[in-house]
Design a protein around this ligand. Sequence first.
Ligand SMILES: [Ca+2]
Ligand SMILES: [Ca+2]
Length: 402
Amino acid sequence: MRPHAAAPTAAACGRLPRAHRLAAAFAAAGLGFAVGCMDFGDPVLQEDDGPSADLAVAKQGPGIVSAADTLTYLITTTNFGPNEAVQVRLSDLLPAGVTFISASRGAAESGGAVGWSALGALPSGSSVVDTVRVLAPASGTLLNVARATSDTRDPDPTNNDGSEPASRTATIVRGADSVHTVSFAPVRDNTLYEDAQGDLSNGRGSGMFVGTTESRGGRARRRALVAFAVTDSIPAGATIRNVQLQLTVSRTIVGARAVRLHRLLADWGEGASAAAGHGGAGGPARANDATWLHRFYSSVFWSAPGGDFASTASAQIQVTGNGRYTWGSTAAMVADVQSWIDGPAGNFGWIMIGEELGSTSTKRFETRESPVAANRPRLLVEFSTPTQVATRPPIRSADHGR
Ligand SMILES: [Ca+2]
Ligand SMILES: [Ca+2]
């Protein structure tokens, strides 16, 4: 008694081109049971050579799986007649790297191939469906090929010798995430100097200023801007995991003061301005400089003087004397950088805001123009990307009309 013994299906398989009959049998096939397909209309010529049976093998498997997933392959062996096929032997050459788990009809694996015991006979118009379960490796593209032979003469071996696309499946294994860390220098940095005329900036200066200072006889605020081209080294689709901003204080006359980062909401520029001396008073703004009033001097303005930024700070630390300081990683900084990867058009960097309500609080940070490279701002980002397996290997695309 064969567990695969086929019953004719209601689907009318006869008088269809063979490719369609195969598809019909295939579509009707479910996991672990057999289907039949009877009464073909187009005879295969075999006048003088005795009985013949055209076996065909079709294969199904998942197109993509994750590392260590279980894959189930479905193999349909069909006899397109005209006679029964005797001693039908099926084998499945497993892809390198997979681990065999089990197969239908108790078939065993040996030397990387699964071999089924011969069927005594497969009637014309019948199909048998077999399954193979394996464990996927960590990565790679898995090409699996099935073949069937019979002691009955096969007028067309090409549809069951494993060479046809229908008898082959390719599965891409999506591996575990890979993690990368990259470091960025700013693409621009500048200082907004509070000033009624909006004509002060320091685009080319080696310092940028944060906090409140005494200027022109009154207190005035300073805010620093810094932006990084994160999409230069982080691909679309990456997941940001950790973000740290490092800056060096090179001058201050006060003790610990809080300095916050806020995500900027509008673009801004760095022109050719350069402040004299230590830079604390700013210099004449030049074309495309950011100022307290301008995003791009002298014709493009912030919506609000002092910059357009998210109201909630992304990070805040206490800054004391000269030295290197690190903001983050915080969930908000990670979200900021993720948003710049997902939508590069919205990447305007951060504004740094100090304590602006009390007494003098100014801190001078080194810019990307600092003569000392180690003192320049750095952004460190750790991200992960799904491991990409290149492409499926070329599989014969010609169908040979079958
Ligand atoms: Ca054949
Ligand atoms: Ca600059």
